[in-house]
Design a protein around this ligand. Structure first.
Ligand code: ATP
Ligand code: MG
Length: 421
């Protein structure tokens, strides 16, 4: 959020900026604040660089005419105004609000008052789509081995094909399947351990250092290096705070964040379910798989506050036809799920694609054209890539398998070459 502080002297501008300096680093990062100081004579030239204008108390009455000017020249800008403690009262409120000032503060107001207002403005911008934030998708599965990791990686590759900045977060802290399958390993995991054991701050710099770039715009955030930290992250209540910070930072830095939870519930995953834009439940079509989904839904639905954000992906374990209608009807009868929950296509079973881990491909590019098109369709329906028909972005349906392939292969090739040396 770009904030322009306007006052008539550098001293009073600095006084106003001091309130923002009082915010924690985390709050500043979350709001993605960029602050500029300007005097009342120059501020019109700077309006195009602002989302929020803060008038300091030094310019007093003049602030009203400047606010009116903003209304005519840049009506989308939010205005906050400080007045002297003496001026603070009904008269100041009436004249300020008549020209569209959002909030009036007395000079004695502190950092937290201003922070609260900026958080509210930021939330409004998000609602209106003005503040760009990445989409958070949490992948769950009730029974093991149904394809949670495969779907996460495949969607990552589909997003990469559409040039989306994507983070794949591996929360499979025991076996690190996603990281291993994508050859993402290294000292970065020690940074994540540091966040959990408290030896390192989690901020924008350490967050960037912890990411392992896979290829192009895709990075992996692995589990912590140590087992104790891994367990603490997913099982301990403190892990919730760290995972919330990871989400806040990743929302700012990425277009798409996909979390492979490996089906493990705990405080961190519970918190993620609350903030996720979408939650995908991957299941096969077996009796055991579907009864497990039934059980898991009982605990997940209250955390989701309904099923609007829930999407099922049926990933069958054989090429026998799937009775989609029967599965959806049976689960709907018990859990009253939304129509959108069933809007994603069934993933075709493809034995050739099953070999994807460690090959430099994912389900997206290693199997049949039908499989690739289904993954691309899922990515679109989840809003991770643009709809078909939007020029310049999106995944081409007619993409040739050989050109789709190679996402990670270049990386794998590079790694094996350097190993041979
Ligand atoms: N559509 C598919 N067609 C063929 N094989 C698939 C398909 N989807 C996944 N597989 C294969 O099934 C196996 C299990 O998949 P995966 O590891 O993604 O499951 P998971 O749900 O993440 O398992 P876990 O419970 O261990 O986390 C893998 O070998 C994978 O390649
Ligand atoms: Mg897995």
């Amino acid at each position: 959020m770009r904030v322009l502080i306007v006052d008539n002297s550098t001293e009073t501008q600095a006084l106003c900026a001091k309130r923002i300096e009082g915010f924690t680093k985390g709050d500043k990062e979350m709001l993605d604040l960029k602050v500029r100081l300007v005097n009342d004579r120059e501020f019109v030239d700077r309006l195009s660089e602002a989302d929020v204008v803060i008038f300091g108390s030094g310019i007093s009455d003049q602030a009203i005419s400047l606010a009116r000017q903003i209304r005519t020249e840049a009506a989308w800008i939010q205005i906050v105004m400080f007045v002297t403690d003496k001026e603070y009262g009904g008269g100041a409120f009436r004249s300020a609000h008549s020209v569209g000032v959002r909030k009036v503060f007395p000079e004695s107001a502190g950092s937290l008052d201003l922070l609260q207002e900026l958080v509210a403005i930021h939330a409004d911008f998000r609602k209106d789509g003005r503040t760009y934030e990445g989409r958070i998708v949490v992948v769950l599965h009730a029974k093991g081995g149904v394809g949670g990791t495969s779907v996460t990686a495949a969607l990552g590759e589909a997003c990469s094909a559409a040039n989306r900045r994507t983070m794949l977060w591996d929360l499979d802290v025991e076996t690190k399947d996603l990281s291993r399958a994508l050859a993402a390993s290294g000292p970065e995991a020690k940074i994540i351990s540091g966040w959990v054991n408290g030896s390192r701050d989690i901020n924008r710099e350490t967050f960037r250092d912890a990411l392992i770039p896979i290829v192009g715009d895709v990075s992996v955030l692995t589990p912590p290096a140590g087992f104790a930290e891994s367990m603490d992250l997913v099982c301990h209540a403190d892990g919730m705070e760290i995972s919330q910070r990871i989400i806040e930072l990743s929302r700012v830095l990425f277009d798409v964040v996909i979390v492979d939870t490996a089906g493990r519930m705990g405080p961190a995953v519970g918190g993620l379910l609350r903030v996720a834009d979408l939650v995908i439940m991957v299941t096969d079509d077996s009796e055991l798989g579907l009864t497990a989904v039934d059980l898991l839904l009982t605990s997940v639905k209250p955390l989701l506050g309904g099923s609007d954000r829930l999407r099922f992906i049926i990933n069958p374990s054989s090429d026998e036809p799937v009775n989609f209608k029967q599965i959806s009807t049976e689960l709907d009868n018990v859990h009253q799920l939304s129509e959108a929950a069933w809007s994603l296509p069934v993933i075709p079973f493809d034995p050739k694609a099953a070999e994807w881990p460690g090959t430099g491909s994912t389900l997206y590019s290693s199997g049949s054209k039908e499989l690739r098109n289904v993954i691309a369709d899922i990515a679109r329906k989840l809003g991770l890539v643009e709809q078909l028909g939007v020029k310049g972005v999106g995944i081409s349906y007619d993409e040739d398998a050989s050109s789709a392939r190679g996402w990670l292969q270049r990386l794998f090739r590079r790694r094996s070459e350097s190993e041979m040396r």
